[in-house]
Design a protein around this ligand. Structure first.
Ligand code: PEP
Ligand code: MN
Length: 371
């Protein structure tokens, strides 16, 4: 009999082995919508032969009330039918103790904890206690915010409850400014988790990171380059009609070419997609820098007004010396060239002083300020 992979089985030797032997591939629709939709997708994925677990959300933790919340227990029966018909093992998200009992009752083979649930240690503990003593693999998604301690803490609650087949899913973090990604990848966070817990298997969910089906391969590719232990991909037979996450699901008929492409690129060390993804991250950082500069200018506006009211000089050299000293020491720690950082901050400071001086003289002349 073919031995089945566990979450902890997969290891990382991309150039030596096929993904199926070493990496965990989880694929399936965002949500279970009907018995036909599930079976249709599962048959296509089963034909591919590389999928370890078929995923489908039955309880959907929606951000807004009124969005599709999943069909719950009724759809667990559909999942168990998929298992019978295709032989694929099935996975779903659990968000409370009751979900665990129901999912196990219907023979779900892998449970994952969603990003919203992971942020609540009470709920995580409740779920861990419900799983105690049961031999089922668990994957813990990262919380919505890039709080590595919270993520690690949730994983440790499961380990303490005796879950031995445990892993993590990197699904990105809620962006706090304009972003090309639905959720910021912030790769440093999962890589740091790997550093802290070297034995832990971490897979990537590029569907929730990108939020767009035509970008999923870019993040998947980057995850492989970063030596992740597998992928969780959202796949739907008719993505335009999906009841949840319609924009990010890959059409089931495109799944095999999708996997072929990312793994072939990886094996042949093709760098086009990687370059595109890295440039997206650079664009994202440039947007963030601009937004940060604009926020800084808003504060400068308030300061100009206070200085005007109290008749203070615009330039306070001692304050500037302290700022530049602190910045230079931080820059050195981060490995940035000191001449570059000095020039950059001198320019920012010059613009800030010019703004304040113009603001104050405009006030005196009772004119509108230049911004
Ligand atoms: C999901 O996997 O469908 C899901 C809801 O994910 P997340 O918890 O990452 O938002
Ligand atoms: Mn989803």
């Amino acid at each position: 009999m073919e031995t089945q992979k566990t979450v902890t089985d997969c290891s990382m030797h991309f150039n030596e082995v096929t993904p199926n032997a070493q990496q965990l591939i989880i694929a399936g629709p965002c949500s279970a919508e009907s018995p036909e939709q599930l079976l249709d997708t599962a048959k296509t994925l089963s034909n591919d032969g590389r999928v370890d677990f078929f995923r489908a959300g039955v309880w959907k933790p929606r951000t807004s009330p009124g969005s599709f919340q999943g069909f719950g227990v009724e759809s667990l029966k559909w999942l168990s039918d998929v298992k019978k018909e295709t032989g694929l093992r099935v996975a779903t998200e659990v968000g409370c103790e009751r979900h665990v009992y129901e999912a196990l009752k219907y023979g779900v083979d892998l449970l994952w904890i969603g990003a919203r649930t992971v942020s609540n240690p009470f709920t995580v503990q409740e779920i861990a206690d419900a799983i105690r003593g049961v031999d089922v693999p668990v994957l813990v998604k990262n919380p919505l915010s890039p709080d590595i301690d919270l993520w690690e803490g949730a994983i440790k609650r499961f380990i303490k409850a005796g879950v031995s087949d445990i892993g993590a899913i990197h699904r990105g973090f809620t962006p706090n400014s304009k972003s090309v990604f639905r959720n910021q990848p912030s790769w440093a966070v999962p890589l740091m988790l790997k550093n802290r817990m070297p034995e832990l298997k971490i897979i990537c969910d590029p569907s929730h990171i990108t939020g767009k089906s035509d970008m999923v391969h870019l993040i998947a590719q980057r995850a492989l380059t970063n030596n992740f232990d597998g992928l969780m991909i959202e796949v739907h037979p008719n993505p335009d009609k999906a009841l949840s996450d319609a924009n990010q699901q890959i059409n089931a008929k495109d799944f095999t070419p999708f996997l072929n492409k990312i793994y072939n690129n990886q094996l042949q060390k093709k760098s086009d997609d990687l370059l595109t993804e890295l440039r997206m991250e650079i664009d994202n950082i440039d947007d963030f820098l601009l937004e940060t500069l604009a926020t800084r200018m808003e504060l400068v506006k308030h300061i100009a007004s206070l200085k005007n009211d109290s008749k203070m000089e615009v330039v306070q050299f001692s304050r500037w010396e302290r700022i530049i000293e602190r910045i230079m020491s931080e820059a050195e720690e981060k490995g940035l060239r000191s001449q570059f950082v000095k020039k950059l901050f001198d320019n920012i400071h010059k613009e800030s002083c010019l703004f304040q001086k113009t603001f104050i003289s405009d006030k005196k002349l009772n004119r509108r300020s230049f911004l």
